[in-house]
Ligand binder design. Structure first.
Ligand SMILES: CC(C)(COP(=O)(O)OP(=O)(O)OC[C@H]1O[C@@H](n2cnc3c(N)ncnc32)[C@H](O)[C@@H]1OP(=O)(O)O)[C@@H](O)C(=O)NCCC(=O)NCCS
Length: 163
């Protein structure tokens, strides 16, 4: 089994078959993700197996974002200028119900972080940001080192880079 990431392709990916246990995330993939990708609102990255490339094992959608400096925890504000901090936002992240518990959520999060780091070759990106849908989802992200923002416990961020 060889896994790969690819951008959502409406002609290839079977969006209708995807269910993750959270209806809003299924509906997003089915009804909005393609349009958002065409409109430059968010890109959707699909995790699939080479043998069944049309089957969506999981996905995450990414877009440009920013956090205010005061959203960051004090140690993370050091050396930053006093204006909004550029970021990549994970708008949505989900793994198909039958594929959960195999490390795919971890892979999707790692892929999002890699994409954000790769963008730093072209533009400033300091943070990876996610709006968790509830406390359970927040604890998933917190386990990978994302920190809650000062004001909203369900918005978490990861500092990119070593400084
Ligand atoms: C949350 C979700 C993305 C996790 O995906 P997954 O593929 O099952 O997770 P993984 O197998 O990669 O698990 C990685 C780690 O996270 C932990 N984990 C998984 N789901 C978790 C959850 N809901 N809360 C806290 N921790 C969780 C696992 O125990 C595992 O930890 P370990 O390495 O110490 O064993 C998936 O369950 C899902 O899509 N749920 C429905 C939608 C959702 O809640 N999305 C969250 C974004 S708002």
């Amino acid at each position: 089994m060889a896994l790969h990431f690819t951008l959502l392709d409406g002609r290839l990916h079977d969006r209708a078959a995807f269910t993750c246990g959270t209806p809003a995330l299924d509906t997003y993939l089915r009804e909005q993700a393609g349009q958002h990708q065409r409109d430059g609102i968010a890109t959707t990255h699909v995790l699939a197996d080479d043998r069944t490339p049309g089957r969506v094992l999981g996905y995450c959608s990414l877009s440009a974002a920013q956090l205010h400096l005061h959203d960051l925890q004090p140690p993370d504000r050091k050396r930053l200028p006093a204006y909004p901090v550029p970021a990549v936002r994970i708008g949505r992240l989900a793994v198909a119900t039958e594929a959960q518990g195999r490390g795919y959520g971890r892979l999707l999060l790692g892929h999002a972080a890699n994409c954000a780091c790769a963008l730093r070759q072209a533009l400033g990106v300091r943070l990876l940001v996610v709006d968790a849908k509830d406390e359970r989802a927040a604890s998933f992200y917190a386990a990978f080192g994302l920190r809650p923002t000062a004001e909203k416990a369900l918005t978490l961020y990861l500092r990119l880079g070593n400084t």
